[in-house]
Design a protein around this ligand. Structure first.
Ligand code: B4P
Length: 189
């Protein structure tokens, strides 16, 4: 079973590259951002709680996100070729919880593909997406910069967690979408 984690700061191309990797490898997409936005759209209690954090550019609490991923894996594990985790894990407790979940289900966590993109490029891309997508967290530069700060403080250490396990591949995420995709495929092997 091929399981990939797409890792990187907000706007680094995780969602963009996930679509292409899914098409090539036939994996099940698990994007915590998409799941949360869907909960908000459906106006569930979980969605309304998550919105308070997302609107400020803050991470949603670990227990909410871990519970969501756990139930999605339970619902799909017998019918998929593998997973692509997009935007999860974003904290060390989330990474530890994922390791435990996967161990329980005897599914290996494979490559962690980390996209490296400079802050000014991230801000430019997200403001660009915000102009057309209707995503409120992409429309205000201060919220975008808060997301980058959250990334630096809470998410960047997750790269070291996987580096220590020998699973991290770092890929420059600036340049053409196809060139970056080819580098990701080479890292998958
Ligand atoms: P996410 O939905 O995960 O979104 P993201 O990190 O903002 O963007 P992504 O990286 O997928 O976007 P992409 O580069 O593809 O998170 C949103 C929020 O949800 C978080 O802030 C947080 O509050 C919450 N959340 C989600 N997961 C959580 C978790 N595990 N724990 C706690 N909270 C969580 O696209 C960006 C733009 O760049 C697009 O317009 C795209 O076209 C463009 N682009 C992509 N590649 C490009 C390239 N090579 N060159 C030029 N432009 C490019």
């Amino acid at each position: 079973m091929l399981n990939l984690i797409l890792f990187g700061p907000p706007g680094s191309g995780k969602g963009t590259q996930a679509e292409k990797l899914i098409e090539k490898y036939g994996l099940q997409h698990l994007s915590t951002g998409d799941i949360l936005r869907n909960e908000i759209k459906e106006q569930t209690a979980l969605g309304m709680e998550a919105k308070k954090f997302m609107d400020q550019g803050l991470l949603v609490p670990d227990e909410v996100v871990i519970g969501m991923i756990s139930s999605k894996i339970d619902a799909t594990v017998n019918s998929v070729k593998g997973y692509i985790f997009d935007g999860f894990p974003r904290t060390i407790p989330q990474a530890e919880a994922l390791d435990k979940l996967m161990e329980l289900k005897q599914i290996p966590v494979g490559n962690v593909l980390s996209l490296l993109v400079g802050e000014e490029e991230l801000v430019k891309r997200l403001l660009g997406r915000g102009a057309t997508s209707g995503r409120t967290d992409d429309q205000d530069e201060n919220i975008i910069r808060n997301r980058v700060v959250e990334y630096r403080n809470k998410t960047a250490p997750v790269a070291d967690y996987y580096r220590a396990q020998g699973k991290l591949s770092e890929i420059v995420g600036e340049g053409s979408i196809d060139d970056i995709f080819n580098k990701l495929c080479a890292a998958v092997g």
